[in-house]
Design a protein around this ligand. Structure first.
Ligand SMILES: Cc1cc2nc3c(=O)[nH]c(=O)nc-3n(C[C@H](O)[C@H](O)[C@H](O)COP(=O)(O)OP(=O)(O)OC[C@H]3O[C@@H](n4cnc5c(N)ncnc54)[C@H](O)[C@@H]3O)c2cc1C
Length: 467
């Protein structure tokens, strides 16, 4: 008889959800966590959860459906994700949200918003951000007879040499057997070797790229999966956020008065488009970056917007797009200043003679009351007219999450390259691939993924019988 029915490796959102579900199904469970506490990147996150047809939406009178989310998911990703996994996510995201609500997480209806480019709001922010979700799950774990082992980074699975099945884990000299092992070790944002190998788009940003998740997310799930020849799918996928690279801090607010131009000197996007799509649009420009351009008047009046005023004044957050920071970055050369648009083109390597036409059109649109090219809100627009002019290169370089990972089926069983299940091995959350596609569908995509497939992994693993 095995030491445990189920061993879960990684105690973030997916791992804690798996451990709780497995325990509720009657399994004996151990949860192994590398960090000194549970939570992982889930605890650090914004806590937005993406789901259709929820009680929170209904409170606001919003009509939505699983089918609508599925169509949106598949269309945005041009059907280049595993359809059965995408469908499973859409079908169970609502249940997952109710499950978190029952655990005490609060998702205020008034905060519900369109976190991607969907037509009805599906982004459910937890009032206490990711920390609240992680805390509720942690409490759920502690209320159950789950053996939690902290400060322990797992590096080895126990494998039956004859059938290739996973039989447990090895920690140092100790072997702990289990009917099933669930890998929920998160992504590999903290591992530059794996970023180079599996997420070259992020690695190509070189020293501009940095990771904002847990330092323990080094891709161990992929390494553990490799011990049983697991397939790895979703090459070059993840979520990059944009940054002017002033400092290694998450950009909390990008003002609408910035005007993005590419190296041809043309605007190419509504500068206030959702972050879910912005990095991809910038990456598609020549050189994979763009320039945010503004004039002297905009520089002088650059202040935090209402939402961030108090936190900024209290020194709780720092902001990039305020006069004092822009001035400080003039000295570093990250803000480029020129007395004319032609001189700015030269300094930035933008096509000569292009910016004049771009800003003539932009300024005329402001006078006429509408952005005729990209339909940005008129109130966000400021003319680019008064010299000196400024440009800041914008990089899609902040690694928020990675989504190259282990190939699973909708029961979360890990598959080998021939599509065969690897007996005794399950995986969920950021350590898996092909659930999240090339396009992040909106804030909440990844926590929903962790909770939905974490729960399924726990339920399925608990059913695994000892052999
Ligand atoms: C700042 C930030 C904001 C974000 N905001 C959002 C958001 O609002 N909405 C959203 O959907 N997504 C968001 N994301 C992404 C999202 O938080 C993660 O993708 C998701 O929470 C991953 O959950 P997970 O359980 O798969 O991994 P994690 O929560 O990262 O958990 C993995 C755990 O495994 C542990 N571990 C790793 N290796 C080992 C090992 N070998 N042995 C034992 N333990 C190990 C780690 O220590 C960690 O605790 C954000 C991410 C960041 C960094």
């Amino acid at each position: 008889m095995a030491d445990y029915c189920v061993i879960v490796v990684g105690g973030g959102g997916a791992g804690m959800a798996a451990a709780i579900e497995a325990a509720d199904a009657g399994a004996s469970v151990a949860l192994i966590e590398a960090d000194e506490k549970l939570g992982g990147s889930t605890a650090l996150s914004g806590g937005v959860y993406y789901a259709p047809d929820t009680s929170v939406q209904r409170t606001r009178g919003i009509t939505d459906s699983v089918d609508a989310m599925y169509e949106y998911y598949m269309t945005l990703n041009q059907h280049r994700v595993d359809a059965s996994l995408a469908r499973t996510l859409c079908e169970h995201a609502g249940d997952g949200l109710e499950w978190l609500l029952n655990m005490g997480v609060s998702f205020p209806a008034e905060d519900l918003y369109c976190s991607g480019v969907e037509s009805v709001p599906r982004g459910h922010p937890a009032a206490g951000r990711g920390a609240e979700i992680a805390q509720a799950l942690d409490t759920g774990v502690s209320k159950r007879a789950i053996d939690v082992v902290l400060n322990t980074r797992l590096t080895e699975l126990v494998i039956d040499p004859d059938e290739g099945a996973v039989k447990g884990i090895r920690i140092g000299e100790d072997t702990i057997t289990a009917n099933a092992v669930v890998l929920a070790t998160g992504g590999f944002g903290a591992n530059s070797y794996l970023l180079n190998k599996y997420y070259p788009e992020a690695a190509s940003q070189a020293d501009k790229a940095w990771y904002i998740g847990s330092e323990h997310c080094v891709g161990d799930g992929l390494m553990l999966g490799a011990q049983v020849d697991a397939d790895i799918v979703g090459f070059n996928r993840g979520l990059l956020l944009t940054t002017p690279n002033f400092k290694k801090e998450l950009e909390v607010f990008v003002p609408g008065w910035l005007v993005y131009v590419n190296r041809e000197g043309r605007r190419f996007v509504n500068e206030t488009a959702e972050y879910a799509v912005m990095s991809g649009v910038i990456q598609a420009q020549t050189g994979g970056t763009c320039f945010a351009v503004f004039d002297e008047e905009a520089r002088r009046s650059a202040r935090p917007n209402k939402q961030y005023e108090d936190a900024f004044a209290a020194g709780i957050i720092s902001l990039n797009w305020v006069s004092e920071e822009i001035d400080a970055q003039l000295d570093t050369g990250k803000v480029i200043k020129a007395e004319s648009l032609a001189a700015l083109e030269k300094k930035c390597g933008i096509r000569p003679g292009s910016l004049d036409a771009t800003f003539c059109g932009y300024n005329r649109d402001i006078e006429e009351g509408a952005d005729s090219l990209f339909f940005k809100s008129h109130q966000d627009m400021k003319p680019v007219r008064n010299p000196p002019f400024y440009a800041v290169e914008i990089f899609p370089a902040i690694v928020c999450l990675t989504s190259t990972g282990l190939r699973i089926n909708k029961r979360t069983q890990v598959l080998d390259p021939r599509g065969r299940t690897i007996r005794g091995l399950y995986a969920a959350g950021e350590t898996t691939g092909d659930v999240l596609g090339d396009r992040y569908i909106g804030g909440g995509n990844s926590i929903a993924n962790a909770i939905v497939f974490g729960r399924i992994a726990g339920q399925q693993a608990a059913q695994m019988l000892s052999t």
